[in-house]
Design a protein around this ligand. Sequence first.
Ligand SMILES: Cc1cc2nc3c(=O)[nH]c(=O)nc-3n(C[C@H](O)[C@H](O)[C@H](O)COP(=O)(O)OP(=O)(O)OC[C@H]3O[C@@H](n4cnc5c(N)ncnc54)[C@H](O)[C@@H]3O)c2cc1C
Length: 505
Amino acid sequence: MIIDDNQYDVIVIGSGAAGATVANSLGQRGLKVLLLERGGPMPLADQNVADVDLFRKDRYHPAEQWFGTDGDPFSPQAIYAFGGNTKIWGGVLERMREREFEGLHLQEGPSPAWVLDYGAFEPWYEQAESLYRVHGAAGVDPSEPKRGSPYGAAPKPVEPFLEELRQGLERQGVHPYPLPLTWSESAVDPSGDAELFGVDPARKCASVTLRGGATVSQLHVNPAGNEVRGVEAMIDGQRWLFSGHQVVLAAGAINSAAILLRSATDRHPRGLANGSDQVGRNLMKLQQTSILQLAAAPNTGRYGRSFGINDFLWGDKNVSYPLGAVQNGGGVLQDALFAESPPVLSLVTKLLPNFGLEQLASRSITWWASSPVLPKGHNRLSLREGRIQVNYIPNNREAHDRLVYRWIDVLKAVEADPACQVVKAAPTHPRGEAPLSAMGSACGTCRMGENPATSVVDLQGCSHELSNLTIADASVFPSCPMMGFGLTVIANALRIADAVSASLR
Ligand SMILES: Cc1cc2nc3c(=O)[nH]c(=O)nc-3n(C[C@H](O)[C@H](O)[C@H](O)COP(=O)(O)OP(=O)(O)OC[C@H]3O[C@@H](n4cnc5c(N)ncnc54)[C@H](O)[C@@H]3O)c2cc1C
């Protein structure tokens, strides 16, 4: 094993939304930071989702297999690169609503409160939106939470046919609003991500060292078992050991928990930071269903997401529990998540048998419906012969189905409206759920809370058991947000970086 001589202030593991944000925030304060990332720079051709063949199935799947609920191996969709999953995300950066922090009563039961309220997050949301150059319009979405200031930039114009569709939706009594989106200013790669807004500024700080191709395998503790003394990583086939005063785990909801489980010792037989037996449990995966609508005229199939509809967030006529959010999905050929929903495509090919993918894309308008799930102890990841085993049974299904059918009813009404010429009535609206392999919106596997018996980290993300270990990614979420939660990951990472920095003073 090679032992690195440096003593870092902070070692950050993972350079996605959470890790890149933490490393940048600490680097800007002059702290000596080591950022360890298993991947490297993603080739520009692959980053630019508008120009690649998303349906080449191996493109966004690393060369590893996990085991699923049925015990069979599967190939997860995960981006191991500078920027992590944000390299292919839709870039919709939404705040959680006030009520979500307070705990919602979902169709299948109560979802836990976060203990911290929206007010504790609001200043960090503001910073996160500014950092990621979020373009949005405040005051249009009736469900929008309170804001201290407006968005820094206005939404970009949408495709003209979508503008007509938006008006058609308004005539049906729903309230489309421009999705808050992160944008770069680069013509070559216009989407914003954690490499651009986190890794790049961090690596410009003289005190930050970035090591790509560094897969962290385990953490080593002191003899008393209450402090992390070493971070072990494989680099170019060799084992390396790094040490730092503080260690921040930000390898994503699956890999952060896996690293802790892999770090088991005689003293910590269930894995590190796991006296509560909660590491790996309470895995929550946002329920997401894609729905296709037939466009009246061909479009490019390559355009970004545009507007969202939150009219059914808290329920519907005669439904008193939350259903979820609906968002326009962007072009079929530009939505990486869409490529993960093969059932939709097989249905469409039955519906339009002579259509190739490009033609299909040009005649489709896509929608995503998303609903939260409840944390359950049996939904968990564990290790099987050192590899990741995911046991997952989705819940809150009826609420999600209601949202999907309710949205299809709205689509049918728009198609029957003679004033809306951009969509066509079709015998069916093909749809498909994001499969288990689409793990980009997973959370909950190292939940945060005040009680060490029922949680893994405290409200500052610090392990209840290891004094210098902090977890910064979505694994700490006590409940599943209603829609994509990248902005909450970034805001929380900024909050946590502040606490880590204070602990070093
Ligand atoms: C197709 C797709 C579309 C999405 N669209 C949206 C959207 O529009 N809006 C939204 O809010 N969210 C979206 N998401 C979800 C969003 O990308 C995630 O919520 C966010 O990236 C989570 O951040 P993270 O830091 O927890 O994990 P990640 O961003 O996944 O980062 C984890 C990092 O850790 C690294 N890593 C893992 N294991 C190790 C190890 N052992 N050693 C060293 N490094 C390691 C990984 O390589 C990766 O870089 C989307 C996701 C996908 C896949």
